[in-house]
Design a protein around this ligand. Structure first.
Ligand code: NI
Length: 228
């Protein structure tokens, strides 16, 4: 499932992040990629050890905490600290699949995140650059994604995907991975659809006892499927 989550960040917050990124030091994006990715990845990123990356990442995570649609769709258990990238002057990232398990933290605090979901949060509006579409290939074909600044796309990490070359301007984005409480994509999707339907019934004034029973079924399915 590809899910467009609008306005994760308000325009003012996007503006503040972009101002901070204007003065940032960028490094070769191949710092954080394996051998397969290194052959196809041509972009810039904030360095892994950059304090600015940590600070801006916290702001993105704080915005996600307030986002009910994201929570319902991702059912997040662990999230890798958000990274920030920049594509310009033909920068691109050819077709690849994201690593399945990613190290998180260092030393004794080192843990791992299984990438169930990939997220890209756009920080530039589509008219600021040419190219730069995120192309996600799944069983239904190829989907091109280019969203307004502040909007986010959530897609399965198991998919092949690429970023088309940026031929004018610059494309700034934040990206990160989520390990979901519900590993199976089909089960996670059913829970999401059910949650959305229950919410529509509730706000539509449906019989409250029936809504309560459906809510119980939602939680009991989540109880069966969640690994926490
Ligand atoms: Ni990727």
């Amino acid at each position: 499932m590809l899910l467009h989550i609008p306005q994760v960040l308000a325009a003012e917050e996007v503006g503040r992040i972009r101002t901070a990124l204007d003065g940032a030091e960028w490094t070769d994006g191949r710092e954080t990629v394996g051998a397969q990715g290194a052959t196809v990845k041509r972009n810039l990123q904030l360095a892994e050890a950059s304090p600015l990356k940590a600070e801006l990442g916290q702001r993105v995570l704080a915005a996600l905490e307030r986002n009910a649609l994201y929570f319902s769709a991702a059912l997040p258990l662990r999230v890798l600290p958000p990274r920030f990238n920049r594509y310009e002057g033909g920068g691109h990232y050819g077709f690849h699949v994201d690593g399945a398990v990613m190290a998180n933290g260092a030393g004794k605090a080192r843990g791992h995140v299984r990438s169930d979901l990939s997220c890209t949060l756009f920080l530039c509006d589509p008219d600021e650059y040419d190219g730069g579409e995120l192309v996600v290939s799944d069983t239904y074909g190829e989907h091109e994604v280019k969203l307004p600044a502040g909007d986010m796309i959530l897609y399965p990490s198991s998919s092949l995907h690429r970023v088309a070359p940026v031929t004018r301007g610059a494309r700034l984005a934040s990206f990160f991975w989520v390990q979901s409480m519900v590993r199976d994509e089909g089960n996670r999707r059913m829970l999401f659809e059910m949650d959305m339907a229950i919410e529509a019934l509730r706000t539509g004034g449906a019989d409250s006892t029936a809504v309560l029973r459906l809510t119980g079924i939602y939680h009991n399915l989540l109880r069966q499927w969640a690994e926490v």
